[in-house]
Design a protein. Structure first.
Length: 198
């Protein structure tokens, strides 16, 4: 039986990653109430490398989805992100200058800890992100909505997200549309991935 560790929202993401990579199940809690479970990370690193996408050139088949999503949601930033052990690497980016960022700084690193979408309406009011460098500094992230991206075997390998510098929310219809974008991107990642994700 694996050891279960409980962390609060202020715990650095790297501590959670290290615990899960050691084969430990991690319960993430807020105000003493479990909100997510991080497990099997050591098995989920392999699909990212098998896909052969990390550190490759930009491709229009990914870029167009980021571009269209940014227009559809009137969001200044849209990203197709792959999560590596120490970094977030952007296979496609619209409105964002960096090709990668530290995993500790990443919203997408949190998004892949769960199967459900991660929506942060106002990062300054969220204990997980309020002191994040990309929130208090450029690009001054306030809103984030990310959908986990899956490989064909079901492993979560990244996230598709939209980002804004002002607080906002998504309607149920908009959230469904964002999920649809993610499923289409999964088909670009691996043809059978979207079927596994449902």
């Amino acid at each position: 039986m694996p050891i279960v560790n409980v962390y609060d929202a202020k715990t650095r993401l790297s501590q959670l990653i290290d615990a899960a990579a050691s084969g430990t199940d991690v319960i993430i809690a807020r105000n003493g109430k479990p909100v997510a479970r991080l497990t099997r990370l050591e098995h989920e690193q392999k699909p990212r490398y098998r896909l052969g996408l990390l550190d490759t050139e930009a491709e229009e088949r990914f870029d167009r989805h980021a571009r269209i999503a940014a227009a559809a949601f009137e969001a200044p930033i849209a990203l197709v992100t792959l999560i590596d052990r120490e970094r977030q690497w952007y296979k496609a980016r619209h409105g964002f200058d960096f090709s990668e960022t530290s995993r500790d700084m990443g919203f997408c690193s949190h998004a892949i800890l769960q199967n459900e979408p991660l929506v942060v309406n106002d990062a300054l009011r969220d204990d997980r992100f309020a002191d994040n460098p990309v929130v208090v500094g450029d690009p001054h992230v306030r809103f984030y909505a990310g959908i986990p991206l899956h490989a064909a075997d079901g492993a979560r390998v990244g996230a598709f997200c939209i980002v804004d510098s002002k607080p906002r929310s998504l309607s149920a219809a908009q959230l469904r549309l964002l999920k649809d974008f993610a499923r289409v991107i999964e088909e670009e990642i691996e043809p059978n991935a979207a079927a596994k994700a449902g």
